[in-house]
Design a protein around this ligand. Sequence first.
Ligand code: PMP
Ligand code: GLN
Length: 378
Amino acid sequence: PTSKLPDVGTSIFSVMSALANEQQAINLSQGFPDFNCPEPLMQLVTRYMHEGFNQYAPMPGVPKLRQRISEKTEKMYGYLPNPETEITVTSGATEALFAAITAVVKPGDEVVILEPCYDSYAPAIRLSGGVPVYVPLAVPGFHVDWELVKRRISSRTKLIIINTPHNPTGAVMSRQDMETLANLTDGTDILVISDEVYEHMVFDGQEHVSALQLPSLRERSFVISSFGKTYHTTGWKIGYVVAPPVLTVELRKMHQFITFCSVTPLQLAIADFIENEAHYRSLPAFYQAKRDTFCELLQSSRFEIIPSAGTYFQLLKYDAISDEHDLDFAKRLTKEIGVAAIPVSAFYHDKTDHKYLRFCFAKGDETLQKAAERLVKL
Ligand code: PMP
Ligand code: GLN
């Protein structure tokens, strides 16, 4: 009776990883690499720990890290944010999203979110008294129908949340998409959260277009990234937000009472390692090769391969194999053939089932091979 989110259960990522462990299945469900982060990065962490950097960091983040994020942002997107007033380090993108949403959403405010979408957006909106307005991405292809978005905008719209490259579909927004969003919000009070945690995982020569590259979008946006994705360190939970000073002030009011600050030695280590440009520049080719390996191994399967343009996820459509609901199918696959995936219905508020499973290919080639051998038998 006291639940504030009565219809919310345990996250699908916890559910499927637990089932995978219980069944000793190959876990391609929850998104995380099964390989280690770069050795020098780990050495930096232990060095900083031994040098005594084990107490609270400054609330907005270690100054050196914010400085380096600023420089990297300019290198990548041609915009140099002020580290003092426009950059905040958070405990993962999850905290960044929660802080940004709770900082601006008031009771009765509407927030446009595009489905399928990451599972943490709607609960944060609802806890703030806001109303999620769900706009489906076009199936197949998962592109944004901007006309539909426009029709769902009202005088109560406070915020639009986008995610590119997109979890779970792997769709990547084009410059045209970002310009359309910029035009749609220009001259309004609508704010934007741009969830860009997979910014370094875009394939086939395409480029990630950041909200930071469009001045009229930048001035109304919280742009969120995560070092967990970029450095194969999802367990470190270090992310950050770039936002204009007025929005950063409000964001930090939340951040200071959610966690106050993030882990000090990890921030210092990342601040040094960020200078290693070769690491993040190599990620598109690295993950594209994994996607291609996985997809080639599945050519002879009965799954339909939905082209993934970015992220470390691959959607497979299984309607030629089964007409089960995707959650049932995902659980059965885990138990019977020993491969765990995420049912995409978990990313729809009404659990709409389009017969897709999401597979994480951030795994060693042997693991991908073993999983594919099992999947082609279906
Ligand atoms: N947004 C999206 C789209 C994600 O896929 C993830 C990672 N699961 C997050 C946010 C959260 O990132 P973090 O692990 O840094 O909290
Ligand atoms: N972002 C990861 C995914 O989509 C999981 C994050 C989590 O477990 N909360 O699989």
